[in-house]
Design a protein around this ligand. Structure first.
Ligand SMILES: Cc1cc2nc3c(=O)[nH]c(=O)nc-3n(C[C@H](O)[C@H](O)[C@H](O)COP(=O)(O)OP(=O)(O)OC[C@H]3O[C@@H](n4cnc5c(N)ncnc54)[C@H](O)[C@@H]3O)c2cc1C
Ligand code: FES
Length: 230
């Protein structure tokens, strides 16, 4: 069990939780979080938003039972974390754009800290969160709010790589936009998960190389390999 240092409400049901401890983890990997005994049955997968020598930070949005319990945690409460799990983003160089939609910006903050001089495009249904933090670690930051589409703001062909996380229609659109360009794209899928470690097949996704487990083979895949459901 680990100690919660801070669990701060930002905006729009989004919280930033910092937990004390020495944690491993690369950009795009996730932890399974649990702050309850028996109900709900399953731990919840949340991406690493930031990590340093003595703490790990998660950005999460309240959806249902599990994240609601997380949102009630106070400093000094305890939480169980298992991980890091999954294959994250590959470290790429060249001209890189990060594209996050809503809570999908969560893993991209650690990416921004790892990839120097990247641009970030952040889209939100209502108000922006972590905009200032991204500005400190990115070259240029573009923000779309109030239901404007972040995908309308970028010229994908300007970039060698796009690393994205967010709603599936947004990621699918970005993959389509990169077709007929030299731009490569990595997408982070957020399929529903149960075990988080490759044992139950709940998280299966379709790729050109056959069915894959999102939790173990992903959650990050090359966009051109993913077969998105229509
Ligand atoms: C690899 C990965 C990384 C994620 N990173 C983040 C993050 O950084 N911040 C964040 O806010 N959310 C993230 N999510 C989504 C988050 O896991 C769900 O919002 C959360 O599990 C919902 O749980 P709940 O109990 O509040 O909702 P409920 O709807 O009550 O959950 C019921 C069940 O469905 C699963 N589930 C529900 N919604 C999702 C979803 N969108 N994705 C996966 N499983 C879901 C739950 O794990 C649980 O098993 C991530 C999901 C995955 C797969
Ligand atoms: S969540 Fe069980 S195999 Fe992926």
């Amino acid at each position: 069990m680990y100690r919660v240092i801070e669990n701060k409400y930002l905006k729009d049901d989004m919280y930033l939780m910092k937990v004390e401890g020495k944690f491993e983890g690369k950009m795009g990997q996730f932890y399974m979080l649990r702050a309850w005994d028996n109900y709900p049955l399953l731990s919840r997968p949340i991406s690493i938003c930031d990590i340093d020598e003595n703490s790990i930070t998660f950005l999460y949005k309240v959806f249902g039972e599990g994240t609601k319990i997380l949102s009630k945690l106070e400093p000094n409460d305890t939480i169980k974390l298992e991980g890091p799990y999954g294959n994250g983003y590959e470290k790429v160089s060249g001209k890189v754009a990060l594209v996050g939609g809503g809570i999908g910006i969560a893993p991209l903050y650690l990416v921004a800290k790892n990839i120097k001089d990247c641009d970030a495009y952040l889209g939100f249904r209502n108000e922006a969160v972590l905009e200032d933090e991204f500005k400190k670690v990115c070259k240029d930051v573009y923000v779309a709010t109030d239901n404007k589409f972040v995908t309308d703001m970028l010229d994908v062909a300007k970039y060698d790589y796009i690393l994205t996380c967010g709603p599936t229609p947004m990621m699918k659109k970005l993959v389509d936009m990169t077709k007929n360009t030299n731009t490569k794209i990595m997408v982070s899928l957020e399929n529903h998960m149960a075990c988080g470690v490759g044992a139950c097949l709940v998280c299966t996704c379709k790729t050109k190389n056959g069915n894959k487990k999102t939790c173990k083979d992903g959650p990050v895949f090359w966009g051109e390999d993913v077969i998105f459901n229509d």
